[in-house]
Design a protein around this ligand. Structure first.
Ligand code: HEM
Ligand code: HEM
Length: 179
């Protein structure tokens, strides 16, 4: 048992998985902050063009990440983790993968109905979907974007708190597996 636990202590996610995780995490944090605080600072600086471009990048990177994720299995977690903790990690991670696709998709649908372009950092224009302004689809997408965005913010707080709890309180290697 001791050897097993010691073995688990050195296991890490592969480099590509860690790179995807770090880049997408930073982009998601930027989008949550700019989405929630955007209106308050709009008169000084309008973050929404960059918010939209970064959101589309999150969608594309997440598709690539999920494709990559299907090619390997998670390195065994520390033997000290209980069943409830394992389940909580699994549910949160699955919810993240879903939100990393659905939140940008609802943003894309909502923004397709607006008069403003979706510019990818001023380099080129992202195509819009056929969504009429004021349509039920545009309204539902807008509401879902807000509700799911806030749900994602809550999950990020929980996820980061769990990672820091593992690192500083339990003192296992869970944080080091991913960063
Ligand atoms: C994972 C990616 C994304 C996250 C986490 C995110 C998050 C958010 C959040 C939390 C808000 C504030 C909601 C509110 O108070 O109404 C917001 C607003 C907004 N988002 Fe996103 N977003 C993402 C992707 C996108 C994409 C891809 C687009 C468009 C192409 C987009 C367009 C917008 C717009 C236009 C608003 C302002 C809505 C309004 O004025 O009511 N977002 N976003
Ligand atoms: C902000 C957006 C973030 C998202 C969307 C996100 C998403 C994810 C996902 C989907 C996984 C599961 C990987 C898999 O097994 O397939 C994961 C794992 C992990 N994340 Fe994040 N993450 C974010 C931020 C962070 C931050 C800021 C930290 C550290 C403070 C962190 C620490 C970790 C750790 C340690 C793991 C591995 C957990 C384990 O081995 O069970 N994440 N993350």
């Amino acid at each position: 048992m001791a050897t097993l636990a010691a073995g688990n202590d050195t296991l890490r996610y592969n480099g590509v998985a860690r790179a995807f995780h770090a880049v997408i995490a930073l982009m998601v944090i930027f989008n949550l902050v700019s989405g929630i605080g955007g209106e308050a600072i709009e008169d000084i600086w309008n973050p929404f063009p960059i918010h939209k471009a970064t959101g589309i990048m999150i969608l594309l990177l997440s598709l690539a990440r999920i494709g990559w994720r299907l090619t390997w299995t998670v390195p065994a977690r520390p033997a000290t983790m209980g069943n409830l903790q394992r389940l909580a990690a699994k549910v949160t991670h699955l919810a993240f993968y879903a939100l990393m696709l659905i939140v940008p998709l609802t943003g894309w649908i909502m923004s397709s109905a607006s008069k403003y372009p979706i510019s990818i950092y001023g380099l080129f224009e992202w195509p819009k979907l056929a969504v009429a302004k004021g349509s039920a689809l545009a309204e539902t997408a807008g509401e879902s974007h807000e509700i799911l965005g806030f749900l994602m913010a809550g999950l990020v707080v929980l996820h980061v708190a769990a990672a820091l709890h593992h690192h500083f309180i339990i003192k296992d290697n869970v944080l080091r597996r991913m960063w």
